[in-house]
Every structure is written in structure tokens, then in C-alpha cells.
Design a protein around this ligand. Structure first.
Ligand code: LYS
Length: 868
């Protein structure tokens, strides 16, 4: 059992000391790495003056000196170095050693392949040297790196290179200076033998910034997309937010062993190679899209995160929620806004809504944590972005940009709190967001019940919104509802309230638990289209008939709500089919549903990209979230029945359009082409549900002849649904082709581990034995065990085999990479929804984890909260 302490937001205190300047010398040797730090420290008169307590973990202490003093009193413990200074201003010189080669937790300074790199957010810097490892201590860094010239020709750190040269014994050095004060979590160092691909960007004030990407030799041809994405991000941030890059150089390094996606270290981003490297043969459209958005995300952090940073880690959403909002807007401006919004909301519901309903629910600004690494969550990131988006919806783009300007005017160069951001928006817009701030402190997805009343005599239509709050301690939210009303002919009606016209679409705001809006001059009962564009992250509870949903699927002018109507209709049908299956009746698919979807497929006022999303069966996660009794097996069967019926009813159309879009044109990454490819591949996936050899041949042909991975991998996925020789051959071919490719091969693991039918425990155990698998690589863990744990039908097998497999893997990972182990532990989030024997089996698995000696606080926090 572990000893985990809980840290509370209410206990925050200003630092007692500050470090104005940090001079590091990092000497890399074969056996160890020596870190000599010279810290210019001064008492912070705002803090209570006590001993200086530096953080330090897994460090070998060598020496401590206070410049100008004979001696200095200090005390060394497991996690701290306490010093009793004699003056208010002093310089400490500390020497320690670290062991990057055996650092498998991938936090601090560690080795990925033959490269040395760092990951310091949130609290990794204390694993490099003794320091005030907190985000409100901002310092100017100078870094000297020394290493063997042949093994480590590249020596990189933040800022500008100010000196470099040769040293005796085939060694060399480089000195980097970062002029911007920063918290140590933004410090980075990279040393290794890396290829460099270079480009440049001219900023709006005319400065030419070299852009450099460093990758393993052989990957040079996979950097173009990242460079293009970076240039687009720099331009977009200037155009839409008026923000220009501030340093003279921008570097990105791609490494294979990385705990998350990427890290915004000042001027030296470090990326998981999957989130940076791409060319048409090795990456799919989804990868290209994701890379574009992550490159943007890290770049945007330079202002929202680095220039203005977080006072403490409870404020994480200050930088992450805002930066996700910015990257989502970037993607929407560059691609199809409608498609981006639908995909963002899909992802939010499948991950964040589930988290908010589960044992690890927390507000976007948590009030306590045991291990802050556990809070890099969909809630802090994606719900955090939705909260920013609501402000944007309520005050509009112009005021929002004024608010951003205010934010930088007031807080540039500082470490601040979420209230400071909201304050900037209030000042700029003249609005009061006191009540709105409840979004920061209350967890759970609010349910909004809507009742409607049409009064034929008064010609009025009344909508009454009632907030169903999570518990009695929760108070009503302030939120925007974007809405429109449709006539029976599918036309948008004019919205008149209290004699005033609001046009055909408007935003109303809710403040109280129950609120009504009366629309005047309404002659016939309209169909309401509410929460357009998903204007608030809520669950809508409104009785809508199948006919009304089918109507909205055809006529809603808001593409998100059009999509939404289709998904709600499909969910109603899946629910009916599930009932039939449970009571052993023959499941019959409703004709109204088939007709509505068939009409959508042929609709002239929707593009292919939209159709590919809207013609899809709702995800298993989103269906099981709404089930009274969690039963993924039945829901999956019902999904399959619906998908089969959709394929059968539209076979000719699907096959004709598959052929129409099936060209061998060269791969171009843009929204239109992506849409066409996804539509074509959707046609193929449906056709393969029909069990006909001619369609298996189509997929086989596509697999064999595609020059791009998008089409090739889509063909493999389509074949995976079948039990055919073609399937086995394609899988074998894929493995043989990509076995040695650290990025592409992961798709092979994930595709098999996610298969609802065939991914059983035996399969996972055989996949972990193949030579391309390595449990020490987080990407592979995510693609094999992570994908399996997210595969609801298989993970939740009645015999509990899925639970024990994942529990054993968590125990194994806990011993060397607690963060990744904790991430996998979140797979047990449905514990509260289980019943009877299934629940006992999951409980046993969770208890075996808790029994482990040296259980990390990371895993302990997740598992103990799950069992509560
Ligand atoms: N700040 C990084 C990002 O851009 C993630 C750091 C994760 C640390 N555990 O999202």
C-alpha cells in the first residue's frame, strides 16, 4: 500500500524564496550525468520567511556551497534539500548526479533510444537537480551542456545558442541562453545524434525565424507536414490573435519514448514522434490532422502557457483549456468547421462525459489531488476548452479578442490563476461572470431538461429549461443556449420575444434552475433546434419524437444539430433493438430510421465529410453511457444489426459511390480530400458488413494497391470485420512491412486490440510476444493494453479475464512508469455501474493492485478512488 498525501488548493502559499537566475552545467558521461547548478536566490518578501526548501527526487547529492560563505547549514531528505541561509540574497552552488539511462519513468532527464531528452511538466525538474520546482518561481536560464562529440553531436536547450566549441577527449559543449523568465517545468534539454530539417517563418514584424525539426536519421522525409503546420500556426496566431513569436529560433524534437503527446518547452518543443512525423505512406488522414493540431497546440502555448503561466497546478486549465480552445479554432478555420465541431464533441462525450460520470470526476479546476500527473485529463483540457468557448459564445469574437489583449496587458510574464483570465474577459466585455465561475469548481455534466408548450390561441411557443444539478451542494450554472425554431416546411422561423426580433437564430442565457422563454407570433407548433453547435457541455433531456428527429436530420440549418438528430434517432433505435434482443424477440429495424438515414446519404445539401460522420452508428461508449444497466455486449449486437440494415438498404448506392470516389490520385492533405476519402472508406466498411466475397475483394484490392496509408489502413480495418483469408493475409503483410517502424506498427496492435469480436485475452497475450512489442514504450502500451481496455465488449467479458489481464499489466508498469500505469488504471471507471458477479470480479482485480508493495501515488489515487 502506498502513502499518498493529498494536496489542497486552499493551502496555496506564495513562495518564500524566488530564483531570479539559474545557471546550469550538465555534463553527460557514459556512466552518469552530472548537474551543477548556480542559483541566484532572493527572499520573497510576500512569503513567510523560513528555511529554503528545495525539491529533489532520485538525485545523488554531491555538494552544496553558498557563494561567499565558509559553510552553510543544510538538511537532506528523500525529497528535499533544506537550507538555512544567512542573508536575503545569495547564490547557491549545488552539484548532483542523475542516471538517465535507468530512468524508465520518462520524467526528468531520460534516454529515448540513443537520445537524451527531458520531460519536466509538471514536476520532473526536481528529478534533474535541487530546485524550487513550482510554476510560480520564474527564472532566467543559462544552460551549458557537455558531452561526447560522436554520440551526441546535437546539444540543445531553450532560447538562443550563445556559445559552442570543442573540448578535450573528443567532447564538446554548447551554451544556451533563454532571455524569458520561465518556471522550470518549461526547461528542456536534448542531446543526441539527430538529423535536422529546416525551414523559416517571417513574422508580421519582419523577423526571420529558423524553424528546425530534429528527428532520427532516416525520418527526414516525414517532417514536411509538421513544418507546414508550424508555419500555419504562426501565421494564424498573428492573424486571429495578433500574437507574434518572441524568440529567434523555434525547435521541435521527435522522440519515440514519451509519456504523452508533446510538450511546449520554451523554444524547444519535445514531441512524441507519433504526434510529429508523417508522410502519406506512413500516416493516415487522422494522423495528419492530429499532428497539425498538436503542433499548433504547443506553438500556441508560447503565449497561453509560457508568457502567462499557471500560479500552481490547480490552475492547469488556465493554460490547457484555453490552448485547446485555440487549437480547435485553428483547426476549424483551416478545415471544415462543421466537421471539426462534430469531432470535438464526439471526443468530449466519449472521454470527458464518461470521466465526469465516473469515480475520478473532478471540476476543471480541481480542489485537491494526490498526484498532479493524474489531472492531465479530458476534463481539464477538453471541458476546459468548452468553458472558454461558452465565454466566446456569450461575448462574441471581438470582445473575446479584447479580453485576450487585456489578459496579456495585465499578466504577461506572470504566473496567474483562472480568475485572472475570467477577470480579463469581464473587463473587456463589461459582463459579470461571477456565477459563470461555477463551471470551474463544480464537477459532473449538467442535465438540462426542456419542456415546450405551444399555445395556439396566443400564437406563442414557450421553452422551459430546468437544470438538474448533480447534488444539493451544486448551484445553477450560467450558460448559453444557441437556438432556432423550424416550421413544418423546414424553414427557420423569426424569433420574437417581448416584441423584439432576434432574427432566425439567437443565444439565450440560463442563470436560474428553471427559466422560460416565450416566442411570439408562432402560428403552428415548431420543431426546436436547441444548443446549436453544442453551445454548452450539457446533456439535453427533451422528449423529441422519431419523426421530429428525422425532420431535424433533414432540415436543421445547424450542421451540428443535424448530426445530433441522426445520432439521437439511431440511439433510440439501438435501444429498441437491445430490448428485443434481451427479450428474445426477432429484432426489426424501424423503416422510419432507415428512410431518414437513406435520405441523408442522398441529400444534396450535405458534403461527403459530413455524411461520413452523420451516416455512422453512435459509438458504443456513448450508447452504454445512457444505459440503465451497463451491457456493452447487447448494445454492440444492436449496433451491428442497425449497421447491417443500413448497408443492406443502401447497398447499390454505397457500392456505386465507393467506385466513384475510388481513384488513385496523389495524396493531398486538405479538408475536401480528407472528406472524400472518409466517405469512400465509410462506403467500403458498410459493404463489408454484407458478407459478400465481391466486397472482400474490393477491400483486398484497396489494401494491395493504395499508395497512401489512409486508404490502405481503412481497407485493413474493413477486412478486420470479416473472418477471411484476405484478412489474415493483410494483417501478416502489414506486420512484415512495418515491423521495424516504431510509429506505423502501433496501428497494427491497436486495430486488433480494438476489434469488438476477436480481441480476446489470448490474442493480447500473443500480440505482446511479437518482437515489435515493448512494454517500456508508452505508445505501444497505449496501442495494445490501452486499446484493449477501451474495447468494452472484450474488457468486460463475464469471466473477468479482461480485468485480471489489465490489472497485471498495471502492476508491472507501476514498477517503472507510474504515470502510464495510472493512465491504464482509469480503464476500471465503470466499476460503479456494474452489478453482481461482474462487479465482484472487477473488485478483486482492483484489490490485487492495491496490495502491491511500493504502489505509486499515481496508481493508488486512481484505484482507491475507483473502489470508494
Ligand atoms: N503541457 C503538455 C501539453 O501540451 C502536456 C504535459 C503533460 C505532463 N504530464 O498538453
Amino acid at each position: 500500500m502506498s502513502q499518498a498525501n493529498t494536496i489542497y488548493l486552499k493551502d496555496y502559499q506564495k513562495p518564500d524564496y524566488l530564483i531570479s537566475k539559474t545557471e546550469l552545467t550538465i555534463e553527460i558521461f557514459d556512466e552518469c550525468t552530472r548537474v551543477s547548478s548556480r542559483l541566484h536566490i532572493n527572499k520573497n518578501h510576500e512569503g513567510e520567511s523560513k528555511d529554503l526548501i528545495l525539491n529533489g527526487e532520485n538525485l545523488s547529492f554531491i555538494s552544496l556551497k553558498c557563494v561567499g560563505e565558509e559553510s552553510i547549514a543544510y538538511d537532506l531528505s528523500d525529497k528535499t534539500l533544506s537550507v538555512t541561509p544567512k542573508r536575503d540574497d545569495f547564490i547557491l552552488e549545488i552539484v548532483n548526479e542523475v542516471d538517465p539511462k535507468n530512468n524508465k519513468a520518462l520524467e526528468g532527464l531520460y534516454q529515448s533510444g540513443d537520445i537524451y531528452c527531458t520531460q519536466n511538466e509538471p514536476e520532473g525538474f526536481r528529478k534533474i537537480c535541487y530546485y524550487l520546482d513550482r510554476s510560480d518561481v520564474m527564472s532566467v536560464f543559462t544552460t551549458r551542456i557537455e558531452a561526447d562529440k560522436v554520440m551526441f553531436p546535437r546539444l540543445l536547450s531553450n532560447g538562443n545558442l550563445v556559445d559552442s566549441g570543442a573540448m578535450p577527449e573528443e567532447r564538446h559543449y554548447a551554451v544556451w541562453e533563454d532571455p524569458f523568465p520561465k518556471p522550470c517545468y518549461l526547461f528542456a534539454l536534448v542531446a543526441g545524434d539527430l538529423a535536422k530539417v529546416e525551414d523559416k517563418f517571417i513574422t508580421k514584424s519582419g523577423r526571420s525565424i529558423p524553424l528546425q525539426i530534429f528527428v532520427d536519421h532516416g525520418n527526414e522525409d516525414r517532417c514536411d507536414h509538421a513544418l507546414e503546420s508550424l508555419k500555419k500556426s504562426m501565421k494564424w496566431d498573428e492573424d486571429r490573435f495578433g500574437l507574434e513569436y518572441d524568440l529567434d529560433l523555434y525547435m521541435i524534437v521527435a522522440v519515440d519514448a514519451f509519456n504523452m503527446g508533446a510538450m511546449e518547452n520554451k523554444g524547444l518543443n519535445i514531441f512524441n514522434s507519433t504526434c510529429a512525423l508523417a508522410n502519406p505512406e506512413t500516416a493516415t488522414d487522422a494522423n495528419f490532422f492530429r499532428i497539425e493540431s498538436i503542433i499548433a497546440h504547443e506553438y500556441f502555448h508560447n503565449w497561453t502557457g509560457n508568457r502567462v503561466t499557471c500560479r500552481d497546478w490547480f490552475q492547469l486549465t488556465l493554460k490547457e483549456g484555453l490552448t485547446v480552445f485555440r487549437d480547435q479554432e485553428f483547426s476549424a478555420d483551416l478545415n471544415s468547421r462543421a466537421v471539426c465541431r462534430i469531432e470535438d464533441v464526439r471526443a468530449l462525450r466519449d472521454s470527458q462525459f464518461v470521466e465526469d460520470a465516473g469515480p475520478n470526476a473532478h471540476p476543471i479546476k480541481p480542489s485537491s489531488y494526490m498526484e498532479i500527473n493524474n489531472f492531465y485529463t479530458p476534463t481539464v483540457y477538453e471541458k476546459g476548452a468548452e468553458v472558454i468557448r461558452m465565454i466566446h459564445t456569450m461575448i462574441g469574437e471581438d470582445n473575446f479578442q479584447l479580453g485576450m489583449k487585456k489578459y496579456f496587458d495585465l499578466f504577461d510574464g506572470q504566473a496567474v490563476a483562472t480568475e485572472d483570465f475570467v477577470h480579463s474577459m469581464e473587463v473587456a466585455s463589461g459582463r459579470d461572470f461571477k456565477q459563470f465561475k461555477r463551471w470551474y469548481s463544480q464537477s459532473g455534466t449538467p442535465i438540462i431538461k426542456v419542456d415546450s408548450d405551444f399555445d395556439q390561441e396566443a400564437d406563442t411557443y414557450t421553452l422551459t429549461f430546468t437544470q438538474k444539478l448533480k447534488n444539493v451542494s451544486h448551484k445553477a450554472y450560467h450558460l448559453p443556449v444557441k437556438l432556432g425554431l423550424l416550421s413544418s416546411a423546414g424553414e427557420e422561423l423569426e424569433l420574437i420575444m417581448q416584441g423584439k426580433s432576434y432574427g432566425e437564430e439567437t443565444v439565450v442565457e440560463l442563470h436560474t434552475e428553471s427559466q422560460s422563454f416565450v416566442f411570439e407570433g408562432i402560428k403552428e407548433k415548431p420543431v426546436a433546434s436547441l444548443f446549436r453547435g453544442f453551445s454548452a457541455p450539457i446533456i439535453l433531456d427533451m422528449e423529441t419524437t422519431r419523426e421530429e428527429l428525422a425532420f431535424l436530420l433533414s432540415y436543421d440549418s445547424d450542421s451540428f444539430n443535424r448530426y445530433e438528430a441522426g445520432q439521437r434517432l439511431a440511439k433510440l433505435e439501438i435501444e429498441s433493438l437491445s430490448q428485443a434482443l434481451k427479450s428474445n424477440k426477432v429484432p426489426q429495424v424501424d423503416h422510419l430510421v432507415l428512410d431518414a438515414f437513406s435520405k441523408l446519404l442522398r441529400s444534396a445539401n450535405a458534403d461527403e465529410a459530413f455524411k461520413a460522420l452523420a451516416f455512422s452508428v453512435p459509438s458504443l461508449v456513448s450508447i452504454t453511457e445512457q444505459q440503465k444497466e451497463f451491457s456493452p455486449g447487447v448494445a454492440q449486437e444492436a449496433r451491428e444489426i442497425l449497421a447491417h440494415a443500413l448497408a443492406e438498404a443502401n447497398e447499390d448506392y454505397l457500392s456505386e459511390h465507393y467506385n466513384r470516389y475510388s481513384t488513385s490520385d496523389a495524396y493531398v492533405f486538405n479538408a475536401v480530400n480528407m472528406g472524400l476519402r472518409s466517405f469512400k472508406n465509410m462506403c467500403l466498411a458498410y459493404l463489408l458488413k454484407l458478407d459478400k466475397s465481391e466486397y472482400v475483394s474490393l477491400a483486398q484490392d484497396q489494401y494491395d494497391t493504395s499508395a497512401n496509408l489512409t486508404d490502405r489502413f481503412a481497407a485493413l480495418l474493413a477486412l478486420l470485420q470479416t473472418q477471411t483469408k484476405a484478412r489474415d493475409e493483410a494483417l501478416e503483410h502489414f506486420y512484415d512491412t512495418w515491423e521495424d517502424d516504431a510509429i506505423v506498427i502501433n496501428k497494427w496492435f491497436a486495430a486488433q486490440a480494438s476489434s469488438p469480436k476477436s480481441a480476446n485475452v489470448q490474442l493480447i497475450q500473443s500480440l505482446e510476444k511479437v518482437s515489435a512489442f515493448d512494454i517500456q514504450n508508452p505508445n505501444k502500451v497505449r496501442c495494445l493494453y490501452g486499446a484493449f481496455a477501451a474495447n468494452l465488449t472484450q474488457f468486460h467479458k463475464e469471466d473477468g479475464s479482461g480485468y485480471s489481464l489489465i490489472a497485471n499489466k498495471i502492476i508491472e508498469l507501476n514498477s517503472f512508469n507510474p504515470q502510464i500505469a495510472a493512465g491504464l488504471s482509469k480503464a476500471f471507471k465503470k466499476f460503479g455501474a456494474l452489478k453482481g458477479e461482474q462487479k465482484d470480479l472487477m473488485k478483486q482485480a482492483l484489490e490485487t493492485i492495491l496490495e502491491v508493495d511500493n504502489l505509486s501515488p499515481d496508481v493508488y489515487e486512481i484505484v482507491s478512488k475507483t473502489l470508494k
